[in-house]
Design a binder for this molecule. Structure first.
Ligand code: 6PG
Length: 246
């Protein structure tokens, strides 16, 4: 894929600096071209420091619209909520209009209902006609050590869904919360996808996703149709790659 780039950084600080610089350029171009910047953020632990650093920037938050790639089906104030983490590390520390923030409505009904509602929020925001797929300017993804991304887990039917934008999904570990997640059609229609991956516990799945042509790990399904795909890795996560790019 000529639209894929793999960058390996000495440490997570340098990696985060690069994400912020690329985010800024992407946002500036989107706002210049279309008058707004649409970004969807992942949860988990990897992006916490990045979100805190983003809080200290003077990006154009007025024109930025923030969505959530995937969410645990818990209330907004639950300690496992991705939205709660993103609110505490980023949203509460920047001047972004409340109406520019689109959390997954996890306080209503079931995870299936929440998925439908969020899908409708996206359809109306992007003014999509039936069957049309939104084009986010940027989607930030993480990578689980089992090869999942978003909440699209190995062996889950949700990785094969092509006629929905948002679905509910079940993690393999029954003790984990039900999820609501973007589907691959939405992810692969983004103009830019950044994978932020750090830590030696990810090295094996990073090698499989990036160098095993027949990988069936969910993250290997991220193949944007026309957008740019950038893997931003620290040395540990990229340790097993055959040719290391810095
Ligand atoms: C979530 C995330 C998920 C995450 C990976 C990596 O809800 O947990 O959206 O897809 O990106 O699980 O998680 P870590 O960054 O904690 O390793």
């Amino acid at each position: 894929m000529e639209n894929k780039e793999i960058l390996v950084f000495k440490n997570s600080e340098k990696l985060e600096k690069s994400v912020i610089s690329k985010w800024s350029d992407t946002a500036e171009y989107a706002i210049m071209k279309r008058g707004l910047f649409t970004v969807a953020l992942s949860g988990g632990s990897t992006p916490v420091k990045l979100y805190k650093k983003l809080s200290g920037t003077d990006l154009n938050w007025d024109m930025t619209h923030i969505f959530i790639v995937d969410e645990r089906f818990v209330p907004f104030n639950h300690s496992d909520s991705n939205f709660r983490m993103i609110r505490e590390t980023l949203l509460s520390n920047i001047n972004i209009p409340e109406q520019n923030i689109y959390p997954v409505p996890t306080e209503k009904g079931s995870s299936d209902e929440a998925a439908r509602l969020y899908e409708n929020d996206i359809i109306s925001f992007f003014n999509l006609s039936s069957g049309e797929i939104p084009e986010f300017d940027l989607i930030l993804l993480g990578l689980g050590d089992d090869g999942h991304t978003a909440s699209l887990f190995p062996g889950s039917p949700s990785i094969h869904v092509r006629d929905r934008l948002v679905v509910s999904s079940l993690p393999p570990d029954k003790s984990m919360h039900k999820r609501v997640t973007f589907t691959f059609p939405v992810i692969n229609n983004a103009r830019n996808i950044f994978f932020q991956v750090t830590g030696n516990n990810k090295a094996v799945v990073v090698k499989d996703v990036l160098e095993n042509k027949s990988s069936n790990l969910p993250a290997a399904y991220v193949k944007p149709d026309k957008g740019k795909l950038i893997f931003l890795l620290d040395r540990q996560a990229g340790a097993l790659l055959s040719d290391r790019k810095h």
